[in-house]
Design a protein around this ligand. Structure first.
Ligand code: SF4
Length: 73
C-alpha cells in the first residue's frame, strides 16, 4: 500500500488505543480512502486485532470473520 497518501498516516483515530469516538471518526474517513478494499483484505488476512483498518473496528472484523465461517451468532 505504499506510494499512496493515506489519510490515516499518523492519525490517532486509527491507533489501537483510540477511543470509540475517535474510531468512529476513523471509520468515516476510511470511507473516502481509495485503499479501503485492499486495506480491509490485508487486515483480515493478517488478523489485525486492534485499530481501525479498511473502515472497520476490531469488533467489525470479528463479526466479518464469524460470518465468513457461517457462524453469524
Ligand atoms: S482504508 Fe486503510 S489505508 Fe485507508 S484510511 Fe482507512 S485504515 Fe487508512
Amino acid at each position: 500500500m505504499s506510494g499512496h497518501t493515506l489519510p490515516c498516516r499518523g492519525g490517532q483515530e486509527w491507533q489501537p488505543d483510540a477511543s470509540p469516538a475517535d474510531q468512529a471518526i476513523a471509520v468515516k474517513l476510511c470511507g473516502s480512502c481509495g485503499l479501503k478494499p485492499e486495506c480491509l483484505s490485508f487486515a483480515l488476512a493478517s488478523n489485525q486485532t486492534s485499530g481501525v483498518w479498511g473502515g472497520t473496528r476490531p469488533q467489525d472484523r470479528r463479526r466479518i470473520r464469524r460470518e465468513a465461517k457461517g457462524d453469524a451468532a
